[in-house]
Design a protein around this ligand. Structure first.
Ligand SMILES: Nc1ncnc2c1ncn2[C@@H]1O[C@H](COP(=O)(O)OP(=O)(O)OP(=O)(O)O)[C@@H](O)[C@H]1O
Ligand SMILES: [Mg+2]
Length: 445
């Protein structure tokens, strides 16, 4: 992409409505525009990161054996009356009446809809285990939408639902989800800590939330600092292996980590003092096992191996896809702007031409652009007739992790400059070596 042809409406001034850094930076970097309270348009740069996050979630879900599909945003109230949640859900649910007077709602979550699909098509234990998921817009009429995409009213969520014959199988689904979530967050450059949680309106017994540590987080969290050393890294996970998945979950759930809702002072104080941490966190996902809470009232049964009809055991599992943009920026920025982790960056590398119109500099930039593109990378080339200072400020604000700077002086010596956004360190290299280095950084991913 060439910046002269892109749509990147950056703001020079700090928007007054933004209280936290991620909201401020998303507005300033031209990623989103509010259309009404808690509802946003995703401008091209924001949309690109949103899609990258969505892709990571898709890849990791499919890797874990879960099946993608798509359910509608508008749902019939009748299904929610069957589960009893139509009345329970309260004012957060956006209720709509169609022209025939039928009660509809904009889905805040999809347990009822998926249970209906399941009961219509599945009747035997032989069709289990089954996990279906989708990534779809949700609406919750939050009383106080704030912090930009972090607490929106319309937001993008991955929600998945497992159907299993019994408790043990459902617990493997629970563990599988935990491991796939840990992998997903890690690929996004995030450390998200699973913490035992309260279940809220979804209901159920076993549930963990995943929290990213950030001062601006809405939850108070208490944890053992030992958990920060854990990494999935490049270990190969067999998602069909119950023991492997359970072992990874055990690793992550053994060190103490809880939100204020489930905090246990005595257990916390049993940790060596130097490892006790209190902080704030952003909830970027949650997994639940809730057994037969929906299958029983809605009649989602299967025949077991003895020929008896039994309600299926279910769980649901959500990732806040749009909230993750805010969470990543909260965890990764400096006073100049965003610093995207390589896994989610909208463009792999920026190209800054210090002297637009100089024949040699223009040609060198075009050559870099062509070579990077040929390697399957997406560069963002700042080819505008702007001063160098302005170009650097834009690149720093939008946070591409790598920048190649090209100017007549360097070219005389056969070099360009490769700069890391995170460390600010630069090195002068011949253009081919700069390309190779950038290619290597992304090849590892
Ligand atoms: N209003 C919102 N705006 C953006 N993302 C949200 C919002 N509400 C929930 N999410 C995301 O969707 C995920 C799964 O939804 P879940 O039902 O667990 O939300 P929740 O526990 O009600 O969230 P919260 O406690 O923050 O209101 C959450 O972990 C969060 O990342
Ligand atoms: Mg939650």
């Amino acid at each position: 992409m060439r910046l002269s042809r892109y749509f990147l409406p950056v703001l020079k001034e700090n928007p007054s409505e933004a209280q936290i850094v991620s909201h401020r930076l998303m507005l300033r970097a031209g990623m989103i525009k509010q259309s009404s309270a808690g509802i946003y348009s995703w401008l091209p740069l924001g949309f690109k990161v949103l899609k990258n996050i969505e892709n990571i979630v898709h890849e990791e879900q499919v890797r874990a054996g879960h099946i993608p599909m798509l359910m509608p945003t508008l749902q019939s109230a009748d299904l929610w009356r069957e589960s009893g949640r139509y009345d329970d859900y309260g004012e957060e649910m956006l209720r709509i009446t169609d022209r025939h007077g039928r009660d509809m709602l904009y889905g805040p979550t999809n347990e009822e809809l998926i249970t209906d699909i399941f009961r219509s098509h599945v009747g035997s234990y032989k069709d289990l285990p089954l996990t279906l998921y989708h990534i779809q817009w949700k609406f919750r009429d939050e009383i106080r939408p704030r912090f930009g995409v972090m607490r929106g009213r319309e937001f993008l969520m991955k929600d998945g639902y497992n159907f299993d014959i019994d408790y043990e199988n459902a617990m493997h689904a629970y563990n599988r989800h935990m491991v796939s979530y840990l992998r997903s967050y890690e690929r996004m450059g995030l450390q998200a800590i699973p913490m035992r949680a309260d279940s809220g309106p979804i209901g159920g017994e076993d549930t963990h939330e995943f929290l990213v540590l950030a001062d601006t987080g809405e939850s108070e969290v208490f944890y053992d600092s030992a958990i920060l050393d854990l990494k999935i890294g490049d270990r190969v996970v067999d998602f069909d292996n119950w023991d492997d998945c359970a072992a990874i979950c055990k690793e992550w759930t053994t060190p103490y980590a809880r939100t204020d809702e489930t905090h246990d002072e005595a257990a916390f104080n049993a940790i060596p003092e130097e490892r006790r941490r209190t902080s704030r966190g952003i909830e970027v996902g949650q997994i639940f096992y809730f057994g037969t809470k929906y299958s029983e009232p809605m009649g989602a049964t299967v025949q077991n191996s003895e020929g008896q009809k039994v309600p299926v055991h279910m769980g649901s599992h959500g990732i806040g896809v749009s909230r993750l943009l805010g969470a990543i920026i909260e965890a990764s920025h400096d006073d100049k702007g965003i610093i995207w982790p390589e896994g989610v960056t909208p463009y792999h590398c920026g190209i800054v031409n210090l002297k637009q119109g100089d024949a040699e500099a223009d040609a060198a930039c075009e050559a870099l652009y062509a070579s990077l593109t040929a390697l399957g990378l997406e560069p963002l080339y700042d080819d505008r007739n702007e001063r160098a200072g302005g170009k650097f400020a834009t690149m720093d604000l939008i946070g591409l992790p790598w920048r190649i700077t090209v100017g007549p002086r360097g070219l005389k010596n056969g070099v360009v400059e490769l700069t890391s956004r995170r460390t600010g360190e630069s090195e002068e290299l011949p253009p081919e070596q700069a390309i190779e280095k950038v290619a290597q950084i992304y090849a590892k991913r």
